[in-house]
Design a protein around this ligand. Sequence first.
Ligand code: PEP
Ligand code: MN
Length: 346
Amino acid sequence: MHANKSLTEPTMIIVMDKSATKEMVDHVLNIVKEHDLKPEPMYGTTRTAIGVIGDKTKLDEGQVIRLPGVKEILLVSKPYKRVSREYQPENTLVKINDDIVFGGKKAVIIAGPCGVESEEQIRTIAKGVKKLGAQMLRGGAFKPRTSPYSFQGMGVDGLKLMKEVGDEVGLPIVSECISTEHLDAFDKYADMIQIGARNMQNFDLLTSVAKLGKPILLKRGMSATVDEFMFAAEYILNAGNKNLVLCERGIRTFEQSTRNILDLNSLALIKEISHLPIIADPSHAAGRYDLVTPLARAGLAAGADGIIVEVHHKPDEALSDGAQSLTLDSFEEFMKDAPQYHHHHS
Ligand code: PEP
Ligand code: MN
């Protein structure tokens, strides 16, 4: 499983139709060579298959499938590169201010409200979660709400406020950027920039935020496949930013009794196929506070490098996501469990 694997093994197999002529096969061989790749034809009794050796991103499969005589294309390895463990076998460590490390032995706990609502609110919650052992403060200043009539956040003022309070209590902050219009403010005030589920495939935003060079928290889209998630991460690495932490926050399925399903299959799979750290968000997965602690335990047991959890001192007055927010008391209970799950990845 090393980076040079692709030099010796085919990464794509082009299967020719039974009726394909020798001219058609030769044409495909030539096209492969023209793209600086090595074709390895396997002439069977009924049909020919052509292994393609080299970096298959040089060849567009959509074009190959249209060539005369081509029946089907099989991809042997995934077309993303930089995010994969084949490219980098060892875990990526993402550091915030040197003392917080994602992807190491200890799980990182990020806590805070869904949104920044007022100075009193963010300060009370920040002080509370800091005292109970959280390592970072979360809070949205820009809220991407499903309804345009819901609370949209305090904007840049909220971000500044959160940074002030974070500095005051000693917690680095993570907040969501929803538009390239606000890059300067995030560059100035955020310690880590969140890209939310609804923007996972906003490729311009991914690239622009990545270019700031700050640590990024990329949330999985609620309907995104693992491949789509990996490609979104690949955009960020391609823009030259390796300080990337992924986040599984629940996906949509047929099951309607909870807001989403925390997809721990995919989390465990991503730990295998990618070197990037990944944390779990039990709050947006559950949608209800009473399921948050068990889901966080499960996430850590499955190998999550941390947990991001919504906490509010008065959830019944929260302007967003009150139903899923832990109180400071229940966060205290939650934190009693957390140290037991500090894990050891190979
Ligand atoms: C949030 O973190 O408050 C949020 C909006 O998350 P998501 O993008 O996962 O829905
Ligand atoms: Mn929320």
